[in-house]
Ligand binder design. Structure first.
Ligand SMILES: Cc1ncc(COP(=O)(O)O)c(C=O)c1O
Length: 361
């Protein structure tokens, strides 16, 4: 008798694998990781102490309701607690969102290229991904996204700023787009990098959520707040969406360490925003340097820059690695480089200049 293997859902066959940004080598010449849009600063001292204190309770389950964090978030963003839901990073909340809205036969629209988890969470739910190509200048094509809406559309992701291009959707165009979306289709404004935006014409999704019951805002503690390793993100959405997100959450998914650190981070925003300002200043230095070297760039409002390297994508990533910085290639489109430590940014700029000359770009 031939042994049969366990039957798995055929929907998983085509699910792309999430490729994490590669880490910097522990020993050897490679020193800097600019491949995962992380915050280069270590945790703030007060936050670290709070997290370490929570480690002493590791024999206990965390507070499943995240009550302390929910109260702090409700106060900080002036929203009812019933409109909040947390998850294991905002990618966890994105998964909860898809599970709450879409299954086999349903469609989820998202820009492409964008955050690589979107097609994964959609396909894992058995729903149909509907990627809509960015415009030539790397921005959301909101007209094409509106045209892609069908009877089967259940969810639409808007990534503002977009990962990996850093480009933004402006207030008037986003409002016009939202006006075209049927009220029974949920629009998720993924604002993972909102704290790095300096363009005054980009909306705060929370303002849009207040008057639109089909808008949900997705935020994270992983980027500006510097807690990527703890996995905590949250959504702000009207009932019944927020309630559905709490149902689709992994029970006890957000650890007590993460909850304590997130609360303390919300109380330390002054210090954190100084760091964000420093990263934004570094971004300006990097962008200026790249423009002086002649690179064509789209305006980035996130903690990374995007080089449309096309067929040179892998070669460029390899050149960076030889010089000591790991970047994130997305072949065949381009390379995303996180704004990191000043020395790392300087090395990257040097490699970019040399590469452009060598390749006669
Ligand atoms: C646009 C966007 N959304 C969400 C996430 C998820 O981040 P996390 O799960 O760490 O909150 C990322 C991470 O890179 C991202 O780029």
């Amino acid at each position: 008798m031939t042994e049969k293997t366990p039957r798995l859902r055929p929907a998983l066959d085509d699910v792309p694998t999430y490729k994490p940004g590669r880490p910097a080598a522990k020993d050897g010449p490679v020193a800097y990781k600019l491949s995962a849009n992380e915050n280069p600063y270590p945790p703030l001292p007060g936050v670290l102490e709070g997290a370490v204190a929570a480690v002493g309770q590791l024999n206990r389950y965390p507070d499943m309701a995240c009550a302390g964090l929910m109260a702090e978030l409700a106060d900080r963003f002036d929203v009812p607690i019933s409109h909040l839901a947390t998850g294991t990073g905002s990618v966890g909340v994105a998964q909860q969102l898809v599970q709450a809205t879409a299954g086999p036969g349903d469609e989820v629209i998202f820009p492409w290229r964008s955050f690589e988890a979107y097609p994964i969470v959609v396909q894992v739910a058995g729903a149909t991904p509907v990627p809509v190509a960015l415009t030539e200048d790397d921005r959301h094509d909101l007209d094409a996204m509106a045209a892609a809406i069908t009877e089967r559309t259940r969810l639409i992701f808007v990534c503002n700023p977009n990962n990996p291009t850093g480009t933004v959707v402006h207030t008037a165009e986003l409002e016009a787009f939202l006006d075209r979306v049927p009220s029974d289709v949920l629009v998720v404004l993924d604002e993972a990098y909102i704290e790095f935006i300096r363009d005054a014409d980009v909306p705060n999704g929370i303002d849009l959520y207040r008057t639109r019951p089909n808008v949900c805002v997705l935020r994270t503690f992983s980027k500006a707040y510097g807690l990527a390793g703890l996995r905590v993100g949250f959504a702000i959405a009207h009932e019944p969406v927020a309630a559905a997100l709490r149902k689709t959450a992994v029970p006890f998914g957000v650890t007590q360490v993460a909850q304590e650190a997130a609360v303390l981070s919300l109380r330390s925003e002054k210090e954190l925003w100084e760091r964000v300002d420093a990263l934004v200043a570094e971004r300006a230095r990097v962008v200026e340097g790249l423009l002086a070297q002649g690179w064509p760039l789209s305006d980035t409002q996130a903690n990374f820059v995007w080089l449309r390297l096309g067929e040179h994508t892998e070669a460029f990533a390899a050149a960076c690695e030889r010089a000591g910085v790991i970047v994130r290639p997305f072949a065949p489109d381009g390379v995303r480089i996180t704004i990191g430590e000043t020395d790392a940014n300087t090395i990257f700029l040097r490699v970019a200049g040399e590469f452009r000359k060598e390749m006669s770009l």
